[in-house]
Design a protein around this ligand. Sequence first.
Ligand code: SAM
Length: 315
Amino acid sequence: MLNDPYGRKFKTLRVSLLNTCNLNCFYCTMGSEEEINYDHRPQKPAAFFSQIISRLHATLDLETIRLTGGEPLLYRELPELIESLNEIGIPKISMTSNGYLLGRQAAALKAAGLQAINVSLDAVDEPSFYKMAKRRHLDRVLNGIETALGLGIEIKLNAVIMKGMNEEQIIPLVDYAFGKNIPIRFLEVMSMGHLHHESDKYLFSQQQLLDQIATKYDFKRLPRKASATANYWQTADGNTFGIIANNSEPFCSDCSRLRLDAEGNMYGCLSSNHPIALDAEDSDYLLQEKLQQAMSQKQLHHFIGSELSMLQIGG
Ligand code: SAM
């Protein structure tokens, strides 16, 4: 049994299917207007991921798998991969996406067995959306959300709030989420990639987020669930919102996440992320050793971050 002196286990696997993205979000790419997120390497086939994931599931008895990237909706064999993950028997199959291509793909993904999507939505007005993502047509994302909801796919919203970039979007995002009855979580910016040494400049802290939301809503804090990434609050009207406070309240001590990148490398932590190359042919003994190595990457208290952007390691 894979163990950690602090009782942590790997129960959630995040898989980055590709490093290519169709948005240029400021936190990943410094908001370049050029197409800099295109990875020219061929995408690994669905069989490559499903073989490795099947080995990991046999050892770890995973509870959740989250497909991400880059942008997972750009992965060509996405429905086929989701089908094969269902056959492997992983209880919950979810995805993190910018939602830009969701409208046309949601039905096929639902049919393949996708249960839930975390849509990254940092703004609900067009100019702010452009400022954060350097793309027009926020309406594509909003329509994608509607389509997915209509199909019965569970949707949550994730919004990164950055000082000087989109803090005026906090109340509009809360209003949008409450109006549609969709859970929303705000993220403090993390010191990843080009922000590794200057995330403080953009940090909009948990307390600042709460102060801002309090200008319109009354709320009280809910008890934190084990291994949860977010802290939650409930408003007087019964709506809830969360904050993923990587900086103000790091949640490393009960983190249950394992990451796999688009090349088949494993990481136990975002901060200490030396790639551990996996091969579906690894012996059970070797796989166990590699998992132990990934477990030893886990930090206990502080989120340190890394030079790698989430685009590469998988957000
Ligand atoms: N393209 C997909 C999407 O937009 O959801 C999946 C990958 S993207 C890297 C996933 C998410 O990681 C982003 O939307 C954002 O919420 C988060 N992210 C990336 N870099 C971040 C940073 N430096 N700080 C906080 N969140 C970040």
